[in-house]
Design a protein around this ligand. Structure first.
Ligand code: PMP
Length: 359
């Protein structure tokens, strides 16, 4: 068996020890005569797995009892609709910050359900910056302020939490669990699992309990966070295997030393990759230095006719999924928690070798 280095933006690499445990549990889970996937979600076994996953996540992120933790489905994209459906009362408006493709999608979807004001945008810099907080035209009466702390496509990340009077709502799909987070600053956080949490099919929602119970009258039952909270995320059949695997990822993170330890590794990985890019005239990253993402590192080659050979040679060396998003082209290395530091070292060595031969 050869495992390659996987730089995919999502579904992304998973930690090898997690996959090994899942393999060992596959045919029979803990002597129960069947895999976890085959058990009722109402069984004591699965409920135990889900409760443990939630408890470990609460511990990792320091989530207080003031917040509900929900394991849902539909991806982050479903939350683009669920956020206004749960938080935006008739006649009210919400503020959104536009820092890239995912912000734009969240804004477009929210507009279907209420009045949305875009209070800041970095579109004029082709999403290579983050508008400074003092330039945002926030509404003191907004129902909430939504932003995207890490833009997965553009590779732009907030390294600060916006001050706001309104509940702060964040799409943390591609940054959650990459470093410690002060959850108490947020009204609601959501994330698709398929980057730093686990396999696709699970969506994490963390929501302050006082924000539950205010959904729009036509909010579908399945999108109402209150329903999910009251039913321990089991109003319908949850994605049991994905919850189990996420629990294993949380255990792995805890064993590693939790989020402070993970953050240190992530900072090291990103720093060396950006240094390699900045130290060359052959590679370039368009994002302003203070807003560069620790998780998604887009870069271009000086001569785009070399993109194809770059990708082919990278693949032959076991460096996979480096192609940039179809909307922007170039390359993108996603270096989530489960991408080991050796993968980044191997990528840098390949980049330098390729430049020497072709640059
Ligand atoms: N938001 C961000 C920041 C993302 O990176 C993604 C997926 N790449 C999404 C939303 C959409 O997530 P999903 O596919 O889970 O709906």
């Amino acid at each position: 068996m050869t495992r390659c280095y996987n730089f995919c933006a999502g579904p992304a690499a998973l930690p090898v020890p997690v996959l090994e445990t899942a393999r060992d549990d596959m045919l029979e889970w803990h002597g129960k005569g069947m895999s976890l996937m085959e058990m009722s979600h109402r069984s004591a076994e699965f409920i135990g797995v889900a409760e443990r996953a939630e408890a470990t996540l609460r511990e990792l992120l320091g989530i207080s009892d003031d917040y509900a933790v929900l394991f849902l489905q539909g991806g982050a994209s479903t939350q683009f609709a669920a956020v206004p459906l749960n938080l935006l009362a008739e006649g009210a408006s919400a503020d959104y910050v536009n820092t890239g493709q995912w912000s734009k999608k969240a804004i477009a979807e929210a507009r279907r359900f209420g009045r949305i004001n875009v209070v800041a945008s970095s579109e004029d810099t082709r999403f290579s910056t983050i508008p400074p907080r003092d330039t945002w035209s926030t509404d003191p009466n907004a129902a909430y302020l939504h932003y995207t702390p890490n833009e997965t496509i553009g590779g732009v990340e907030f390294h600060w939490i916006p001050e706001t009077g309104a509940p702060l709502v964040a799409d943390m799909s591609s940054t959650i669990l990459s470093r410690p987070l002060d959850v108490s600053r947020f009204g609601m956080i959501y994330a698709g699992a398929q980057k730093n949490i686990g396999p696709a099919g699970l969506t994490l929602v963390i929501v302050r309990r006082d924000l539950l119970g205010h959904s729009q009258p036509h909010c579908p039952t399945m999108l109402d966070w209150k329903t999910a909270a009251e039913n321990d995320s089991m109003y319908n059949t949850p994605p049991t295997f994905a919850v189990y695997l996420a629990g294993l990822v949380f255990d792995w993170l805890k064993e590693l030393g939790g989020l402070p330890a993970m953050a240190e590794i992530n900072r090291r990985k990103a720093a060396k990759l950006y240094a390699a890019i900045d130290g060359s005239t052959f590679y370039a990253n368009p994002v302003e230095v203070p807003s560069r993402s620790l998780m998604n590192v887009p870069f271009t080659l000086a001569d785009s006719s070399l993109d194809k050979p770059f990708l082919e040679e990278a693949e032959a060396r076991g460096l996979l999924n480096l192609k940039g998003h179809r909307s922007v082209g170039g390359m993108r290395a996603s270096i989530y928690n489960a991408v080991p530091e050796e993968a980044v070292d191997a990528l840098i060595a390949f980049m330098q070798d390729f430049e020497q031969r072709k640059g």
